[in-house]
Design a binder for this molecule. Sequence first.
Ligand code: NAD
Ligand code: TDX
Length: 342
Amino acid sequence: MSLPYRHILVTGGAGFIGSQLVRMLLALPVARVTNVDKLTYAGNPANLADIADDPRYHFAHLDIADPRLRALLRDNRPDAIINVAAETHVDRAIADPLVFARTDVLGTHNLLECAREIGVRRFVQVSTDEVYGSIAAGAATEDSPLRPGNPYSASKAGGDLLCLSYAHTYGLPVSICRGANTYGPRQYPEKFIPLAITNLLTGQPVPLYGDGRQRRDWLYVTDHCTGILTVLEKGAAGDVYNIAAGQERENRDVLGRLLALLEAPEDAVRRVTDRPGHDRRYAMDASKLRALGWSPAMGIEAGLAETVAWYRRHPAWWHSIRRGDAFTAYYAHQYPMLPPLR
Ligand code: NAD
Ligand code: TDX
């Protein structure tokens, strides 16, 4: 792939998907990649340790909602922007929703306004399948209505609508990609798959919400990133693209697979009270992106095995998160029915 951009600015590049995206961009012949990240609890410089010394890589420690973003963009003049930064965890959005609106709506708006002022050639908004809400049957297309069901997805939908309004009103060349549930190395261990893996590796029970029959369509992180890069390269201004691999599984089956990979007993699963407003099923039709030449490379079985192997090989990465006061406090608050983290 050869991108027609000289300088690409990525936001949220210290997180799970953003760090993989920065790594993949630097593997391409681009002149410069700037990462703007606030380094929230989810932002981790260790995610970028392998590329931090690349002379084409630059880091700016800044909130995308901060008015100083304007000067940063004026001074650096990227020709493309990929907005990955967001508050991302649904359970945290239910407990404390305001910061989601601040980053995912107002931060996106601030970034759009700065992009309009400097006149970027492409703005890619990284969004989510959750904006379509729960899909009882079939799969959402890019034209399906937005029916977000929780404060996270509502905030992401707000960001998406601002993006579309900037394309329509100002002609800003914005494309939106809506990725499915993503998993793989370096995912913060609050999310279902890395929480399950790290709990099982430390001999602790795994919380399964409700009946465990909710369905998610799992996408490996590198496949999500090739989808974003395809939209950056070939997406049309003002258009939306779903990124999904068509690997739908019930949560209890994903957990069953992880138990098998980690040789953990069935009684490691602990049924807990369901998430309020829990979306039952996400499903998207990705044929529009496939028509641009994208296809996923990783199957769910191999992807789960790779992910387990990565967490096995990198205990220092997740121990340093899980042993921190912020994570233990979050866990105790979120899972009062489980034994405290060890
Ligand atoms: P993450 O929580 O691992 O990382 C988010 C990153 O954004 C962190 O580095 C954090 O420090 C940074 N950030 C947060 N608020 C910021 C702010 N105000 N200013 C600057 N930086 C800020 O998230 P992720 O799972 O990698 O998700 C990345 C994007 O992909 C998000 O936009 C999310 O909505 C979207 N998405 C995620 C998934 C998934 O399953 N993880 C699926 C579909 C879409
Ligand atoms: O401990 C758990 N037990 C459990 O049963 C956790 C953390 C989750 N779950 C369930 C809830 C969901 O049905 O597993 C499923 C996946 O949960 P999460 O990992 O929290 O993901 P989800 O709520 O589906 O949202 C994710 O996909 C879309 C990401 O967190 C979002 O950022 C993304 O936009």
